[in-house]
Design a binder for this molecule. Structure first.
Ligand SMILES: Cc1cc2nc3c(=O)[nH]c(=O)nc-3n(C[C@H](O)[C@H](O)[C@H](O)COP(=O)(O)OP(=O)(O)OC[C@H]3O[C@@H](n4cnc5c(N)ncnc54)[C@H](O)[C@@H]3O)c2cc1C
Ligand SMILES: NC(=O)c1ccc[n+]([C@@H]2O[C@H](COP(=O)([O-])OP(=O)(O)OC[C@H]3O[C@@H](n4cnc5c(N)ncnc54)[C@H](OP(=O)(O)O)[C@@H]3O)[C@@H](O)[C@H]2O)c1
Ligand SMILES: Cc1cc2nc3c(=O)[nH]c(=O)nc-3n(C[C@H](O)[C@H](O)[C@H](O)COP(=O)(O)O)c2cc1C
Length: 580
């Protein structure tokens, strides 16, 4: 067998070259040693497996993993794609070539479907991985403190365990597509003459409609009404978008991406503050300043570059102090409530050139919203449940970019750019008889409205138990009419409410869970699925703790046994979350 020649200038580094050489030599020796009846030339060459593992919350990493599989197949590998949590350590130890694509969540944490993998990999019991060649592609967002932390942790740990890099890790910012493709191209080597096993790789996920983050569909708003009452501290809205002839489809549990447009008042004020006009040309851009600030750049949340550059010029004692001391909490407290205009105005007579200002801003990003409708209940429509983020700072009204864009600037009949974002783990049970337990306070109720509609459409007979709450029953019991109708119809078999501020002490959904721990544990034992949606930082952590507590007390288990129980639920996709 003639080994393919690898030219010196081929796009592999030393490690990759060694690995590739070793792999090809291995392929050669196996074919030759297998000799006898079959000659090397006739040997049915088995494609070398390439494992591609992903950790994702909103699908980006899975999308890249599928792209990796397509590429690996075209390069002669037999790719095997799976989520990280599906892999046990003994399986990992048996792998030879591995690509990991992983995003980061929370405060530098693993996405939900990589938590169990990380727990095992970081444990002292993790196996040595000397036979493993690997590459890690990390997805993240530079505006977070712990940029791409999950990818960094996995990369470092694999190295510690003796695995060898196929190439250096790349950390991708929000516009990850080009960087990810380039990394895959450079990191997945050519497997030479091996024949791909067609059944091993799934087809790359392609949005059939052709609409995506890069090319959203301009959808017409069909309904935009306030759900919360007049005395509520919140403004929560029900929105309905027309899918028209887009060809876009979704399932209950998916999210919708919305491309916002910036507040025109903030755009105008910024332009004036810069001493420019909407038509002012900006170096390196085809469109004028007005258009750029309106639809291309993030002008609400200040970027790290903007903060650093303003500090250099503003001679603002407090900003210099908090930045100089590297105190993250003090910096967050200083920045709380300030948008890019507030930063410029720290020193009112500070002159900043338009080119400089624009170069310090980040691209305007879409926002994700859990879909609150089932397509089977509302064909051709997609519904959202959105809380408008508003606050006052320095006597000026401020608003979250997308939530106030949807609330204030997209009335019925107007249009907004949208695209679908699948969340394949977050689904009603495939078995219609299996019970569902849903915990969704505040806007966390969104996907559960969709789930209930979906169960109704399927004629599912399984029990449906909802935990919902917010501040006050009077003003915050959103979808009360629909929920009552679902209860009366026997669809919603059980409803537990926790209105936190209707009494002296706070009552939260997890208090209701614990009060009803016996029934909850019984339902889990019956095969029930446990779902959580809403606030990630406080609620989801406390609900998780309550779940552990219930399993310990009702199941008579030690904390360790309860953790094993919860991990089994996670592995079986019976404990899934959509938290933000
Ligand atoms: C998978 C997923 C699903 C989601 N589902 C939903 C959903 O169903 N419904 C929903 O409403 N949201 C949902 N979100 C959140 C949503 O994506 C947006 O983050 C939210 O609407 C805020 O975006 P914005 O553009 O309005 O605010 P942004 O422009 O992103 O910024 C808000 C900024 O304001 C700051 N801020 C917020 N409140 C205050 C305040 N009171 N005072 C001072 N500063 C403040 C924040 O720190 C932040 O810097 C979901 C998020 C994810 C990831
Ligand atoms: N990224 C953003 O800028 C942004 C924007 C909007 C929303 N969000 C996130 O989305 C979440 C949902 O917002 P929302 O307004 O729909 O609802 P929410 O703020 O989560 O409030 C819903 C209910 O949960 C209660 N709650 C507070 N702490 C809790 C805890 N530790 N455990 C259980 N319940 C708790 C609240 O009570 P009390 O209020 O009485 O304490 C309230 O009754 C927000 O919390 C936030 O994290 C983020
Ligand atoms: C709630 C939330 C928390 C996030 N936390 C981080 C973080 O700590 N560090 C980071 O680099 N990126 C963070 N990100 C950005 C995501 O990692 C990034 O958007 C990634 O492309 C998502 O990929 P996925 O769709 O595969 O989950 C966060 C995103 C969200 C919505």
């Amino acid at each position: 067998m003639k080994l393919p020649y690898i030219p010196e200038d081929a796009p592999f580094n030393g490690e990759q070259r060694n690995w590739l050489g070793g792999f090809l030599a291995g392929l050669h020796s196996r074919v030759v040693m297998g000799g006898g009846a079959v000659t090397a030339a006739e040997a049915p060459v088995q494609a070398k497996p390439l494992d591609i593992l992903f950790g994702t919350q909103t699908g980006n990493a899975e999308e890249v993993a599928n792209e990796a599989a397509e590429l690996a197949k075209s390069k002669g590998f037999a790719p095997r794609v799976a989520e990280l949590d599906a892999v046990e350590m003994d399986q990992l130890a048996a792998m030879e070539n591995l690509i990991v694509v992983i995003s980061t969540y929370g405060e530098g944490e693993m996405p939900d479907n990589a938590e169990l993998f990380w727990e095992s990999l970081s444990a002292t019991t993790a196996p040595r991985l000397e036979n493993l060649n690997y590459g890690v592609l990390a997805l993240g967002d530079t505006s977070y403190e712990h940029f791409c932390q999950a990818g960094k942790l996995i990369d470092t740990r694999l190295e510690q365990l003796g695995a060898k890099r196929l190439g250096a890790r790349v950390d991708c910012d929000v516009d990850f597509e080009d960087a990810a493709s380039a990394w895959l191209g450079a990191t997945i080597p050519d497997a030479g003459s091996a024949v791909a096993n067609d059944s091993a790789a799934p087809a790359a996920k392609k949005e059939k409609s052709g609409f995506s983050r890069k090319k959203p569909y301009l959808s017409t708003m069909l309904e935009n009404r306030i759900l919360s009452g007049p005395t509520s501290a919140k403004e929560i809205r029900h929105l309905s978008f027309d899918l028209g002839d887009s060809g876009m489809t979704y399932e209950a549990g998916d999210a919708l991406g919305v491309m916002p447009v910036n507040n025109p008042v903030l755009v105008d004020t910024l332009i004036k503050r810069l001493g420019a006009t909407a038509e002012t040309a900006v170096s390196g851009h085809d469109t004028g300043l007005g258009a750029l600030l309106t639809s291309s750049l993030e002008i609400c949340t200040p970027s790290k570059d903007l903060i650093t550059e303003i500090e250099k010029r503003a001679q603002h004692e407090e900003l210099s102090h908090v930045l100089g001391h590297g105190d993250k909490e003090a910096l967050d407290a200083f920045l709380w409530g300030k948008d890019t205009l507030d930063l410029l105005n720290l020193t009112p007579d500070l002159q900043i050139s338009v080119d400089d200002f624009v170069s310090w801003l980040k691209p305007l990003q879409h926002r994700a919203y859990s879909i609150s409708s089932s397509p089977n209940a509302h064909p051709g429509e997609v519904h959202l449940t959105v809380a408008a983020v508003r606050w006052m700072y320095d006597h000026r009204a401020h608003g979250g970019v997308c939530s106030t864009f949807l609330s204030d600037h997209v009335p019925v009949g107007a249009q907004a750019g949208i695209f679908m974002s699948a969340n394949k783990s977050f689904r009603v049970p495939a078995d219609n008889d299996v019970p569902m337990i849903m915990v969704g306070p505040g806007t966390g109720i969104a996907p559960f409205r969709a789930f209930l509609e979906e169960r109704q459409a399927r004629g599912a007979k399984g029990a449906n138990w909802l935990f919902f709450g917010d501040q006050h029953r009077e003003s915050d019991f959103i979808y009360e009419d629909e929920i009552s109708a679902m209860s009366s119809a026997g669809l919603l078999t059980r409803l537990d409410l926790a209105f936190s501020r209707d009494q002296a002490e706070k009552i939260y959904v997890q208090n209701r869970m614990i009060e009803n721990g016996k029934d909850l544990f019984y339902m889990l034992e019956e095969g029930g699925h446990f779902y959580v949606c809403g606030d990630a930082t406080r609620m989801a952590k406390d609900v998780d703790a309550a779940l552990h507590h219930i399993i310990e007390t009702q199941g008579g288990m030690t904390p360790e046994a309860a953790t094993d129980y919860v991990n089994r639920l996670k592995r079986d996709k019976r404990y899934v979350r959509d938290v933000y």
